[in-house]
Write a protein that binds this ligand. Structure first.
Ligand code: KG4
Ligand code: ZN
Length: 338
């Protein structure tokens, strides 16, 4: 019988310090996430220097907790996987250095993982991937459509030309006076309002690229004009209208790509995949396409975590990827050739 593969995943690219132990790339043995959201909230966004400092304070505790929860020692591990990029460089470096030190001290292979590839692999913790597949990646820093013909083969067929979907959510939320992170706040308000405000949808016909900055500006201008006229716009209605515009574009572009590339499955990944409106709209749209499977991870696996890094790292490890002990953090790491 083949021995189980155990991989420790480490993630520190933004504002969560996380470690997890994954078995055979598909099963979560332990999963620990220390969120810094409360610290960044009073500044209205992530403060990079503060993020690095929190990671330094938390990293050892979080890794020890993940190992303890899994009930294993470092001798039981087969590899250590860590997010090498993209993300905040000072934040990434904390995880990368912790992983390098542990790999060296315990004689374990080190595997660098692309953060967005990790988000995609969160889906494999729920069910096996069916290729060819299309991943709709919607996070705070990225909005991408990624075509995968096999494990760890990532072809970016479309991406945002300006703001990422999550970034637009956070900026619009700030304009509406909502706390950071704004995505969940807008999602909540949207369900209490009506999408009755006319906002643009950026189709960028003939390409799978996205653009959300025009929509963001339209929200700001509409609110500003109303204020000058002494009119009030219900924040619930603005949230619902904004969310509808984002969802319309995300769902339509995904469906277009599904048809062109004849995929067997669509995976949704990244923090915005937690959005209730988007989840519902995709589920409804895919009722018409019973031959294509739709996979959306549970909310706790949509936002940043290390289980997804362990899951992706296991596949890379099995494919023979080994990172050297001089692995560096790469804040602008590309997915096509990492
Ligand atoms: O993937 P993630 O945790 O971090 C990055 O890799 O960027 O994504 C964070 C983003 C934030 O912009 C946050 O506002 C957004 O995901 N987000 C949501 C929701 N939950 C988190 N956006 C819309 N609706 C949500 N329910
Ligand atoms: Zn992320």
């Amino acid at each position: 019988m083949k021995k189980d593969l155990l991989v420790l995943g480490i993630e520190t690219s933004c504002d969560e310090t996380a470690a997890a132990v994954i078995q055979n790339g598909t099963k979560i043995v332990s999963n620990v996430v220390a969120s810094q959201i409360e610290s960044h909230k009073r500044f209205g966004g992530v403060v990079p220097e503060l993020a690095s400092r929190h990671h330094v304070e938390q990293i050892t505790i979080v890794i020890e907790a993940a190992m303890e929860e899994a009930g294993i020692t470092f001798q039981d591990l087969d590899a250590i996987a860590v997010t090498e990029g993209p993300g905040l460089v000072g934040a990434l470096l904390v995880g990368v250095n912790a992983a390098k030190a542990l790999a060296f001290a315990n004689g374990l292979p080190l595997v660098g993982v692309h953060h967005i590839a990790g988000h995609i692999y969160a889906n494999r913790l729920e069910s096996e991937m069916k290729f060819p597949l299309l991943a709709l990646v919607v996070s705070g820093g990225h909005t991408e459509l990624v075509l995968m013909k096999g494990h760890a083969e990532f072809e970016v067929i479309g991406e945002t030309r300006d703001d990422a979907a999550g970034e637009a959510y956070d900026k619009v939320a700030r304009t509406l006076g909502l706390p950071y992170p704004g995505g969940p706040q807008i999602d909540r308000l949207a369900h209490e309002g009506e999408a009755n405000i006319d906002l643009p949808r950026s189709w960028l016909e003939g390409s799978y690229d996205f653009s959300f900055s025009g929509l963001k500006s339209a929200v700001i201008n509409t609110l500003h004009n109303a204020e000058q006229r002494g009119e009030t716009i219900k924040p619930e209605d603005m949230a619902a209208s904004f969310q509808q515009s984002v969802i319309d574009v995300l769902v339509s572009k995904t469906l277009e790509a599904v048809h062109e590339f004849n995929v067997k499955e669509v995976l949704v990944a990244g923090g915005v995949a937690a959005n209730k409106g988007l989840r519902a709209a995709l589920k409804t749209a895919f009722l018409e396409l019973p031959e294509v499977e739709l996979s959306i991870p549970p909310i706790r696996l949509c936002t940043d975590n290390a289980a997804m890094i362990g899951a992706c790292g296991t596949v890379l490890f099995e494919k023979g990827k080994r990172s050297a002990l001089d692995l560096n953090a790469d804040p602008g790491l590309e997915m096509d050739n990492f």
